[in-house]
Each structure stands twice: as C-alpha cells, then as structure tokens.
Design a protein around this ligand. Sequence first.
Ligand code: ADE
Length: 347
Amino acid sequence: MAILSDDEKLETHKKNPVIKPDKNVYDRIFENSIRPKSFDSYIGQTTLKETLKISIEAAKKRNTTLDHVLFYGPPGLGKTTLAGIIAEELNTSVKITSAPSFERPRDIIGVLMSLKEGEVLFIDEIHRLNTVTEEILYPAMEDFYLDMMTGKTQTVKTMRIQLPKFTLVGATTKAGGISSPLRDRFGFVHRLQFYTIDELTQVILRTAKILNIEISTDSAKEIAKRSRGTPRIANRLLKRVGDFAIVKNNGKVDLNIAKDSLNTLKIDEYGLDETDRDMLKLIIEKYNGGPVGLDTIAAALGEDVRTIEDVCEPYLLQAGLLMRTPRGRKVSPEAYVHLGLGIFNEK
Ligand code: ADE
C-alpha cells in the first residue's frame, strides 16, 4: 500500500465524497467495528425502539418468532444495525443478505434452507427482489414452507419443504418500490427518521470513545450539525476530522480543528456538499428556481438520477431547501439565502 504524505492525505480527504450515505465495502468493515449491539447502546429512533422492544418481549413470552419487520427510510440511518439488535435481543443470530444477490431461484432457496430455527434473515434493498424470488418468499414468510418443482414438463411434481421458523427483516430506501403482496406480509412496517443534532452528538461521542479519538463535546456537536441527520455520515466525518487532528493537532479534536477540517472537506453549516450546492445553484441559475424535473437536473449535473433522488433530495427536502411540486423540484427562499444568490421570485 502506498504511504501518503500528510499533504497527500489531506488532498485525498478533499476528494472523497464523505456525505454520500450509500454503504461501501470500507463502511461495512468500519461500521461492524462500532455498531451498537443492544437497544441500550443504540441512540435515537426512540418510538421505533420502544415498539420493537415490546414486540420482541411478547414474542419471547409467547415462545413464537417475531413477526416480519420492514424498515424504510433514507440510507445510513441504521437499518442493518437494528436487524442485528433484533437478533441479539431474541438471543439468535442474523444472516445479512441483499436483494441483488438473489438472481436465480436457487439463491434464495439456498439461504432459506440454511436458516436455523428462530434466526433473523435480513434482506437489504428489498425493493430490488425479482418477481420469481418474491413469489418463493411469500409461502416462506407466511407459513414457513417452500414449494419446489421437480421433473420435466410432462412429469412435473411439486414437493413441499418445511422450513425453520424465522423472522425476515427487510430494508428499503423506497417504501413505494415494494409490491403490495410483499408489503402485506410484514407484521411491522417502520419508517426510520433522520437524527436530531443532540442524538448525532451522542453517536459521535460514543464512536470517538470506541476509536480512542479525543474530542470535545462542542466539536462533536459541530460535526453533528453537518452530518445531515445521518449517523453513517457523522461517523465517517468523525474519522476524517480525527485524521486531520492527528496531522495538525496531536490527535486532539477541538472546535477549530473540527471547523477547519469540515471546511476543507467543503461541507457547509447545513451539511451540504458540492453536489447539493451545485444542484440548488443549477435550479436557481438555469431554471429560475424551478420547477424542473429530476431527470433534467441529473443530466445537467452529470450525476446518476438515483444519487440525486436517494441521496441529495431527501435531505434537501427535510432541510427545507427544496420542494417537490407536481411539475418538478423547486428551491425554497431559504436556499437562495443559504447560497447568497439572487432574489427569490415567488411564482
Ligand atoms: N452508530 C451508528 N448509528 C448509531 C446509533 N443509532 N446509536 C449508536 N451508535 C451508532
């Protein structure tokens, strides 16, 4: 591995898009090392946690499996973490999978048949399951069996195979992308909320402790403010800021270091990065504030529509900088003020 000089490290930090909440391989390894393992150490999503705790307790008392659970909401809010906690609280294990890996019927059948009694099966991006896989899942979810076809066309026979009882935890960023037969088979459907600044501050302080990063509460809060309500981004920013602190301040994260490094990463006080600001600027400067369609915005920015739709847009909407209208996206008066651009014309 190449050894980078301090300046090169800072350059690398500037180039990497820290704020994209999509998970990559690096995140998976990093997140596994800091993931809370119980409801007690899981910060935020209070209502959801309380509901889940009661349902888990009830399932244990009844000696049955927990009903299937569907989580939806923007990426990076802790859906996988919650699946792990559910398994832990049920005193069982979790099999983590993702819908795109189920290409052929035998892929899902293999996983279902390898489950242990009472185990949790987590399927990420569940809106991306193909129809055949979905149809195999229906009887498995409802009554824990599989119907398998054997033989050739003339002599085809159906063989019913009993499966171990399990709890499916599905996760999606697009609740609307799930077919109703699949959605109807979940006993619980929960939306994950963006985190408050206080909750993110606590997440950052907890992670800093695990990673041995020395950080003041006001710096943790500064990082929290710029983490767009998302723990994955907060933890990534903490790591970046921690690196800056090692290079510039003997590893101590104080408010100056936090602000300096976040500014170098070009993340502003709203937590917006260059793509977000380019998107708002484009709508203001080229489309007079909107409305304009998502496809047009993505093409003009040279970005993938999915990145704009799943990553930039949910936070810009939540921050009140962007509005959805039947004719497309429109920026809000606050976006003009935030970017210090032109005069807002109400249309
Ligand atoms: N790390 C990431 N998400 C977290 C959460 N919700 N609570 C504690 N630590 C976290």
